[in-house]
Design a protein around this ligand. Structure first.
Ligand code: IPM
Ligand code: MG
Length: 367
């Protein structure tokens, strides 16, 4: 059997730096756990635009469709702010999501014990926090037609359309209920059924799918209330299922509860391929952070944890994923900190690669 294949797309800004660290972790699993991957690398975002004049070359898109999993760093940066909308770095990312049909975006918000005093919320509100947001990723207002900016009565009008079919709501809901079954069996669905017809449909379809998951406790919440509840009492949630735009916003909010955006991974999953693996792309939730790029300051943990999610969801290596997550927990409880986390006199400041050094040492110790 051939090795599982990975396409690495570092992208822009700190994406390059954190991905270099992930490659060291991948190499560790090759050397010490005899897990070989066929790794290839390509361009996305501004880096692809600089070379090809497009944020995602067709050849790269084709490669992404063929591999077992894509690992993406981050896209965007001030150098690309004035580009035409159609070639902005973000369009490359959105094209990958859409053409690979990665409809289920899993965004865990987990608070590491060692960092619970780092949240902007009181420690008791976030200690032990473990939420999974399932964000619908291929439809809604991000992709709905009509869209654009046009003239009406001598005035510019900007249009985007929130559009969901019941099939789209349903497949995401199944992913969310499946996730709830593997966790605390609690699912909260968030929409705006009080103002949006798409929200009414969302609520109806999620309620229908619930019939197949009687063990899961389902609740519904308006998304604005959901945002409020996330900062009021985040531990009331287990799995949250929401649409593309609300999921974008609510997942940033949930992420920050944990103390640092630099800590959180994500998985975007589609339908199973012929080999049974889901179409999949893994990426850190943080962006390209151009303000700190190239200085060895970036926290590689979110990207390394994204690889852990790949081990779990694409390669059926849940135990190895846990090994990696535990190594990271160990390093954090030892007080090893990149700049985004630097807290007190008991912690040890490290660079991007210094963090990986510590993680690899902890991995060695786990054997
Ligand atoms: C995210 C990001 C993207 C989004 C951007 C970069 C297009 O904010 O993954 O949350 O809006 O989905
Ligand atoms: Mg976002």
């Amino acid at each position: 059997m051939s090795n599982p294949s990975l396409l690495i797309l570092p992208g822009d800004g700190i994406g390059q730096e954190v991905m270099a660290e992930v490659r060291r972790v991948i190499d560790w699993f090759g050397a010490k756990r005899d897990m070989q991957f066929d790794v290839s690398e390509d361009l996305v975002g501004g880096a692809a635009y600089d070379k090809h004049g497009t944020p995602l070359h067709d050849d790269t898109m084709a490669k992404a469709q063929e591999v077992d999993a894509v690992l993406l760093g981050a896209v965007g940066g001030p150098a690309y702010d004035d580009l035409d909308f159609s070639v902005k770095p973000e369009r490359g990312l959105l094209r990958l999501r859409k053409e690979m049909d990665l409809f289920a975006n899993l965004r865990p918000a987990q608070c590491f014990d060692a960092l619970s005093d780092f949240s902007s919320l009181k420690q008791e509100l976030v200690a032990g926090l473990d939420i999974m947001i399932v964000r619908e990723l291929t439809s809604g207002v991000y992709f709905g037609e009509p869209r654009g900016i046009h003239m009406e009565d001598n005035m510019r009008v900007g249009i985007n359309t929130q559009r969901y079919t019941e099939a789209e709501i349903e497949r995401g809901a199944r992913a969310a209920f499946d996730m709830a079954m593997k966790r605390g069996k609690k699912l909260c669905s968030m929409e705006k059924a009080n103002v949006m017809e798409s929200g009414i449909l969302w609520r109806d379809v999620v309620t229908e799918v619930h019939a197949d998951y009687p063990e899961v406790e389902l609740s519904h919440m308006y998304a604005d209330n959901g945002a409020m509840q996330l900062v009021r009492a985040p531990k009331q949630f287990d799995v949250i299922y929401t649409d593309n735009l609300f999921g974008d916003i609510l997942s940033d909010c949930a992420a920050m509860l944990t103390g640092s955006l630099g800590m959180l991974p994500s998985a975007s999953l589609g339908a199973p391929m012929e080999n049974g693996r889901p179409k999949a792309m893994y990426e850190p939730v943080h962006g390209s952070a151009p303000d700190i790029m190239g200085q060895g300051k970036a926290n590689p943990i979110a990207c390394i944890l994204s690889f852990a999610m790949a081990l779990r969801y694409s390669f059926d290596q849940g135990e190895e994923a846990t090994r990696l997550e535990s190594a990271i927990e160990k390093v954090l409880s030892d007080g090893v900190r990149t700049g985004d986390l630097l807290s007190d006199e008991h912690s040890t400041a490290v660079s991007t690669s210094g963090m990986t050094d510590a993680i690899l040492t902890a991995l060695d110790a786990s054997l």
